[in-house]
Design a protein around this ligand. Structure first.
Ligand code: TNX
Length: 620
């Protein structure tokens, strides 16, 4: 991540920021200069909630840290109110509380596992989660005697019912047992277990109190296999520790895919050995003129490995044939006029493209996707495909079909934004749908030809949209999205002509034209990300705004305790009591450190397919 801010960041160059435009038929939302008020309020509240770190003791969170221990903050407060068995996000499939069966964690509690590496790995993760706040040793022992003697047992079992990601959690006064058919299931069960403890469990330092787990049992499985979030690391670059922290956030809510938008007009973020200038030259820019950056192959491997340990699959995206200005700055030979343009640091879209008539372009695509496939163990390669406004429809479809064949040759399955729908079907292909209506005949036709959908409706799931007119960061071209709007839709019925069994799942994209820091990322993720997570995981029968709102409210103290920035949406009845203790707020800018982040308005993307860009970009 960028260093902890000590001075105000440079404001964006206003000449590089396109004027806002909206698609016809969309609510005419007020365009106004964003105020710092909301972020500042969030920062101030968090800073007040937190116990201020002593001078000179402002640790920068390290790789994947959610909790930053600091001895000076130990033992300062008691854990907050007790949790009920159903207070879990995403809502579990079945919850059966049993009165009088609460379990209390003690200094003698042992975590017991069978002799299986996957279970042992999850046991280690559970111990790592519980030790900082409890201060208990919580040794991991090889033995699955079910919860005997006040212990926590994690057991791999042969259960077709639970499926590849389900789990069963039993809490009795005598012990806790988590069962699953896979390591992923155990891991998700542990995320539930974590939420059943008081919010103080998120404290980075030992906290006095009773560590009660409510009695009863939970049986749980996901509704959809694909539950994702996207981080745009191209408009603004986020370094490896930032990405690892985002992975931690996803894992808490049983989100199992991280889509990395690795390339765009403003920056190319992944090293490619066969085309080194892509990252070296194309990576050295970002929106607003900052230094940019890129992941080395080892950086990327580290992200992939960290994600895999948390049962998160990385979905890398190379956006093609448009959104390629940064690649053209590095290799002018890919440009239609053969000339490398200067870097682009504005927020327009739709002006750039690689030359679809040149064989060199396809060598580039094959080299890049080939190297990425080798680095990526997951099954997906995302080829973008959005907003190639300057490529004619026939040339565009031919390009996409060739790119789909290139992906297939790497042994991976192609994903693309739904603009690729008109192209011929290729085995297994997945379209990521970001429309804002419910009718999309071109996409529905692609589904009839065999495509599956990941749903990211921009007016519900785009986490770069503002919450409210006065929240400081984000766009509003797809509307304002507060928590209820993020929550109140059904992926199974959302697009006309697309049956639920063609829906692979959901994804919440975070574009980062106006998002510049770890704290701003978190501010945009929370509390909306859990809403999308619940749509992806929970059975439709559990869908209930009032219940969700109340369950979500209990997460405010968890985030505050863990030092996670979030938007205190007025829709949510946040508890008023202060958190038990808190991680330092090193990553959260105060108003003085970080005045009004600019929120450039991007040009408006089409919903139905390529069309002319609304405003000219640099000439290519
Ligand atoms: C549209 S939706 C885009 C992105 C922008 C985003 C801003 C899609 C596939 N492309 O290029 O960042 O809008 O909200």
């Amino acid at each position: 991540m960028p260093p902890v801010p000590t001075a105000a960041p440079e404001p964006l160059d206003p000449s590089s920021v396109a004027a806002g435009e909206r698609p016809a038929g969309h609510a005419d939302l007020p365009v106004r200069e964003p105020a710092a008020a909301e972020l500042a309020r969030a920062a101030t509240r968090s800073a007040e909630d937190a116990l201020a770190p002593p001078p000179g003791d402002v640790p920068v969170p390290s790789a994947g840290d959610v909790l930053v221990p600091s001895a000076s903050r130990a033992d300062r407060a008691a854990p907050a109110a007790r949790v009920r068995l159903g207070d879990v996000v995403p809502a579990p499939e079945r919850v059966a509380p049993v009165a009088g069966a609460d379990f209390v964690l003690t200094p003698d509690t042992v975590i017991r596992v069978g002799p299986d590496d996957a279970a042992r790995a999850v046991a280690g993760q559970l111990a790592d989660l519980l030790r900082p706040a409890t201060g208990y040793p919580l040794p991991v022992a090889d033995d699955t005697r079910a919860g005997a003697g006040g212990d926590i047992a994690l057991a791999l079992v042969d259960s077709a019912d639970l499926g590849p990601e389900g789990y069963r959690l039993d809490v009795t006064s005598g012990g806790v047992r988590v069962e699953a058919a896979t390591g992923a299931g155990l891991f998700f069960g542990v995320q539930t277990l974590r939420q059943l403890l008081p919010a103080a469990v998120e404290s980075p330092t030992p906290t006095a109190g009773r560590w009660v787990l409510p009695g009863g049992s939970i049986t749980d499985r996901p509704r959809f296999p694909y539950r994702g979030a996207m981080l745009d690391v191209a408009r603004h670059f986020f370094d490896v520790p930032d990405v690892l922290r985002v992975i931690d956030h996803l894992a808490r809510y049983k989100i199992n895919h991280l889509h990395l938008h690795l390339t765009d007009d403003q920056g190319w973020r992944i090293a490619v050995d066969s085309w080194p200038r892509l990252a070296e030259v194309g990576g050295a820019s970002e929106v607003g003129g900052g230094p940019g950056g890129h992941y080395s192959r080892d950086d990327y491997r580290r992200i992939v490995a960290y994600a895999a340990e948390r049962h998160v699959t990385v979905v890398p995206e190379i956006d093609l044939p448009g959104h390629t200005h940064a690649a053209l700055t590095a290799y002018g030979e890919l440009a239609p006029d053969g000339v490398a343009p200067p870097p682009y640091t504005g927020t327009e879209v739709g002006f750039s493209y690689v030359d679809p008539t040149s064989e060199r372009t396809y060598e580039f695509v094959a080299d890049v996707l080939g190297e990425l496939a080798v680095l990526t163990p997951g099954p997906w390669l995302h080829i973008g495909g959005d907003e190639a406004f300057k490529v004619r429809p026939e040339a565009y479809a031919a390009f996409v079909e060739r790119a789909q064949r290139i992906v297939a040759a790497t042994g991976r399955t192609v994903v693309g934004w739904h603009q690729i729908a008109p192209a011929a079907h290729s085995e297994g292909r997945v379209l990521q749908w970001w429309g804002t209506g419910g009718e999309d005949p071109v996409t529905a036709d692609a589904v009839r030809r065999g495509a599956r959908l990941v749903l990211s409706p921009a007016n519900h799931a785009y986490l770069d949209m503002k919450y409210a007119p006065d929240t400081p960061i984000g766009h509003d071209w797809a509307g304002l999205i507060d928590v209820r709007r993020a929550y109140d839709w059904d992926p199974g019925t959302h697009v006309a002509g697309v049956p639920a069994d063609a829906v692979l799942g959901v994804e919440a994209p975070l574009w980062t034209e106006s998002v510049t820091s770890r704290a701003e990322v978190e501010f945009m993720l929370f509390p909306r990300l859990p809403a999308i997570a619940e749509l992806g995981w929970s059975p439709r029968a559990t869908h209930d705004w009032a219940g969700f709102r109340d369950r979500l409210a209990g997460h405010g103290p968890r985030w505050a305790t863990a030092g996670v920035a979030f938007h205190r949406s007025p829709e949510i009845p946040w508890p008023t009591e202060p958190p038990a203790s808190a991680a330092p707020q090193a990553a959260i800018p105060t108003q003085a450190e970080h005045p009004a982040p600019s929120a450039p308005q991007t040009a408006i993307p089409t919903q139905t397919g390529p069309k002319e860009a609304p405003a000219p970009g640099p000439s290519v």
